[in-house]
Design a protein around this ligand. Structure first.
Ligand code: KG4
Ligand code: ZN
Length: 300
């Protein structure tokens, strides 16, 4: 297999003024983007053997649009359908240009999830730890919003943090004294909120220092729990927030990390296609009447 064509039509800038994804807007933008992509891949259509599509977890309206498009292709081209789990997709982002390599301990950090997983096979993934409240990426989005910096917060906070002093504020490291194998970001987020209220109006340097200090606590929390949960020296890190270079740098001090190219960290179709290839090889197709968007499902 080989990646023949890949394109990402990002909506991020459209959601920036709102400080988060607005479902209605996301849906309308998908309705515009999907036919546009289809037009660009026209030349490949006669050669396509199957169509893979994300069914869960995710935002209901946008999952539905993808599923509808996949069903139309299935009927028009008479090719099988393959429903793909978004989280499995993030794991397979590691293998877009490589052979699959299991077993693997995985830290998944995105806008919707923060998890440690033990992946033994495509269909054998065990959840070791997850978050009690916000996700890692979401906490960056919320902190950015509190400082009026826009969406998505991850890259913005990371950039400001480069010019900031991470020692200026001593934000708590979540669940530091707890044996629990779990993540939590809401307490840290609230500590940041209080500091912002205390200092407002914020100078540019305040914003950089808050970003750096917050990022440091958030990453230390990930690292502490990862060390507790993972016995192996090898750790894969995937998901939108795995693009964070500070996170990669810090984890490298404790683990041999496995990551994907920056362009494949955040949500993309190549990772879904990669899972599609594996399921295709196993003949694991999804009948039309069984293919449904199930936004809230996890690994089922
Ligand atoms: O995987 P993804 O594209 O979408 C979900 O499945 O949620 O992840 C998006 C999340 C957003 O919360 C975004 O702020 C975060 O990943 N993110 C980052 C960075 N780049 C993206 N978080 C921290 N540092 C980054 N450099
Ligand atoms: Zn994702």
């Amino acid at each position: 297999y080989k990646l023949l064509f890949h394109k990402k039509i990002s909506q991020e800038l459209s959601h920036t003024p709102y400080g988060g994804v607005v479902p209605e807007l996301a849906s309308r933008l998908h309705a515009k983007a999907l036919p546009k992509i289809l037009e660009e891949v026209k030349e490949f259509l006669p050669h396509i053997k199957a169509v893979a599509v994300t069914t869960h977890p995710g935002l209901s309206v946008t999952l539905l649009e993808g599923v509808m498009m996949a069903k139309a292709l299935h009927l028009a081209l008479d090719i099988p359908l393959i429903g793909v789990n978004h989280l499995v997709g993030h794991i397979y982002s590691l293998f877009i240009e490589k052979e699959v390599l299991f077993p693997l301990d995985v830290l998944l950090v995105s806008g919707g999830h923060t998890m440690i997983l033990k992946a033994k096979d495509l269909e054998e993934i065990e959840l070791i730890a997850s978050t009690l409240d916000d996700s890692f990426g979401e906490s960056f989005d919320k902190v950015a919003k509190m400082m009026g910096l826009g969406y998505p917060g991850g890259p913005i906070i990371e950039k400001l943090a480069q010019e900031g002093d991470s020692e200026r504020f001593k934000f708590p490291i979540p669940l530091k004294n707890s044996k629990k194998l779990a993540f939590s970001f809401s307490g840290l987020k609230n500590a940041v909120r209080l500091k912002i209220e205390e200092l407002s109006p914020l100078s540019y340097q305040d914003k950089c220092d808050i970003s750096a200090s917050f990022q440091k606590s958030a990453i230390e929390h990930l690292l502490q729990k990862s060390k507790k949960a993972v016995a192996s020296k090898k750790l894969a890190i995937v998901g939108g927030a795995s693009a964070n270079l500070k996170l990669r740098e810090r984890f490298k001090e404790e683990f041999d990390i496995l990551t994907t190219k920056l362009e494949f960290c955040s949500d993309n179709a190549a990772m879904i296609g990669r899972v599609g290839v594996e399921l295709y090889k196993r003949g694991r197709f999804t009948p039309l009447e069984e293919l449904k968007a199930t936004p809230k499902n996890g690994f089922t």
